[in-house]
Every structure is written in structure tokens, then in C-alpha cells.
Design a protein around this ligand. Structure first.
Ligand code: DQA
Length: 147
């Protein structure tokens, strides 16, 4: 089983960026923790972050034929990007949308997601733990489909 974790714009600043909202953990620390969880579960995990929409689209294309599932925190692109939606639907790989913050408890422009309605599930509001919940949820879904 191979999973891909995608992070969008400004998530490279985790640890320094609005810590009251996003916590003090760096993206690197979150990725390392998730890789440990993946190793324990016997899953291969690739991680990729970009501030560029097109680069994320390309990475999604590259995962066709290799990744069994995608976890994506698309950051602000969640609320704006039809291109990311089309890329995810284009490769037809099951995905989970995730956010550190509870986007529904924030500004109204964050209530809209171009990804949520076609996701296996959405996790938000648990800080860095959202990544672990998304991982467990996606794995559970994929193993159910396999069985
Ligand atoms: C975020 C929520 C988005 O609205 C915001 O633009 C981000 C981070 C989150 O993880 O809570 O960059 O995706």
C-alpha cells in the first residue's frame, strides 16, 4: 500500500505561522510522525509540499498508477482551486481532505471546499492530530475496499 500526503501553500511555515491557530509543530515533525505511523502499519508514505498550484497538480498526476490513496491539506487552494479538484478526480485516486483548523468555525470563505464533496472523508479542527486521523481514516477505507 502506498499513500501520498500533499500540503499546499503556507503549510511550510507551520511552527511559526499563526501558532494560536495552527500550533507549534513544524510540517517536518508532522511528516516524520506520520511516516512512523505508516511504517508501523506497513504502508509506504510519500510527502510533498508546494506553494504552487501547478506543482501540486503535477504531483497528483505523477501519483497515477503508484499511489493507492491521497491525504491532502490544500490550504487556501481548498477554497479556490477547481484545478486541484479536477486533478484529483482525473487520477481517480481516493482522497481525504484535511485541515488543522476547523474551517467551518472561521471566515465564511473557508466554509467552501472544492474538494470535500468527492472526498472519502474530511477531517478538520484537531491541529496536527488531523493528519493522523486522516491517515487512519483513509487506510481503514482502502482496506475495506480491498477486502
Ligand atoms: C488550513 C485552512 C485553510 O483555510 C488555510 O488557508 C490554510 C490552512 C488548515 O489546515 O487549517 O492554509 O488548510
Amino acid at each position: 500500500m502506498q499513500l501520498l500526503l500533499l500540503n499546499g501553500p503556507n503549510l511550510n511555515l507551520l511552527g511559526q505561522r499563526e501558532p494560536g491557530l495552527y500550533g507549534r509543530q513544524t510540517l517536518d515533525a508532522i511528516e516524520q510522525q506520520l511516516k512512523q505511523r505508516a511504517a508501523t502499519a506497513g504502508v509506504q508514505l510519500d510527502c510533498y509540499q508546494s506553494n504552487f498550484e501547478g506543482a501540486l497538480v503535477e504531483r497528483i498526476h505523477q501519483s497515477m498508477g503508484t499511489a493507492d490513496g491521497i491525504m491532502i491539506n490544500a490550504g487556501a487552494f481548498t477554497h479556490t482551486s477547481i484545478a486541484l479538484r479536477d486533478a484529483l478526480l482525473g487520477v481517480a485516486i481516493p482522497y481525504v481532505e484535511l485541515h488543522l483548523s476547523n474551517t467551518h468555525a472561521r471566515e465564511s470563505f473557508r466554509h467552501q471546499s472544492y474538494l470535500a464533496d468527492r472526498a472519502v472523508g474530511v477531517v478538520c479542527g484537531f491541529g496536527p492530530f488531523s493528519y493522523e486521523l486522516a491517515f487512519d481514516g483513509l487506510l481503514h477505507h482502502l482496506r475495506q475496499v480491498e477486502a
